[in-house]
Ligand binder design. Sequence first.
Ligand SMILES: *Cc1c(COP(=O)(O)O)cnc(C)c1O
Length: 455
Amino acid sequence: MTRKPSTRQLIDWDRRYLWHPFTQMQEWEQEEPLIIERGKGSYLIDTEGKKYLDGTSSIWVNLHGHRHPVLDRALKKQLDKIAHATFLGLSNPPAIELARELIRIAPHGLSRVFYSDNGSTAVEIALKMAVQYWQQRRPEAGPKNTFLHLKLAYHGDTIGAVSVGNIDLFHSRFKPLLFSTLEAEPPYCYRCPLSLTYPSCRMACIDPIEQILKNHHRELAGFIIEPLMQAAAGMIPQPAGYLKRIRELCTKYDVLLIVDEVATGFGRTGRMFACEHEGVTPDLMAISKGLTGGYMPLAATLTTDELYRGFLGTYDEFKTFFHGHSFTGNPLGCSVALANLQVFRREKTLSRLSSKIKMLTQWLSPMAELPNVGDIRQRGFMAGIELVKEKKTKEPYPLSAKTGHRMALIARRKRLILRPIGNVLVLMPPLSTSIEELKKMVEILKESVETLHND
Ligand SMILES: *Cc1c(COP(=O)(O)O)cnc(C)c1O
């Protein structure tokens, strides 16, 4: 029998063999990595048995807590049948049932599900579908091959997703590989690009978007946007009515609306999908993160009958969507996703969430008084606290100060896991987080930020 490696041994091997995502490994090699061995509810437990509150929902994926019995059971049950069989030329029961369920809960009008295995691929698929749709279904509309997106957008890390993204720190290096796109200013009210104030601005930032659509709709295949909240941009929420206006404009100018619900989907904003807040149906919708309750890598791109029918024809018309992955429609992922939706119904997750969302707002708001808190932004169970060096001028901390990262290390010592985005501290608790746990998370967050004042 092989002996279980000690924490020391694991840390050593981690440093020796691994390369972590979004991580400067030179620093990683000097820090003490936390090695998570187990989880339970809102807690992560390391190899030494220490418990930490999961303030990021394991990077925005976990919904009902770790080791939820219904999800655990669904996975084990599926394992007794089969782990994987290809979806190319074959089908499987969980994938079929899940597609039916997804269409039942998705914004009205979405009627088809195309599976993949992560948020980036779900976005890539939406982009490719949009381009091919225009070529086949509406060739008279002309070559519509480009996309409009917001500045600071993040839609994933693969090349197509990066092309429609705009976070310089992550993306600028890859410019030579990217296709060209059109960009519009986001409704970043705290640092309004038009120097206006909401609501008296009456969302004037939409006017330039309409201009772009007016001037370029002939070449635009689609407008891709995260509905309600640009999450990885640093939690930039959209004012009420914004998404609805975007939908109207896309319809008016004959441009497909692609919503990236990878972060916002599955209850994060307080509704099953963020689009519901605005009564919007997109032409394409990408989902992933919460789809399996944070258990397995699975994603899907949902679309309309109109778009789907653009791909129908005889074989030799070659209108097929030539795209697929080894693990498309993976039965383990699909069965745990079905269980995820079952838990939503059984535990009335969404209705129980609404009071917790209000508590979160109430507990976060006093933080606005802290000298280095510039802005607090929240939609449902996603919150961002923007830290500033100088409150009056909104002067940001330089990235090199690693302020967010330092706050996360302080929070970690107090047993809360955070993953900031630059100077924005992000709190994204599992939807199942109890009132007490939520309160504790906010307390630790506040205590951590308070240390800044003493710098
Ligand atoms: C995380 C995320 C993605 C990318 O998903 P991955 O599974 O990490 O590839 C895309 N869009 C949004 C909005 C995301 O939050």
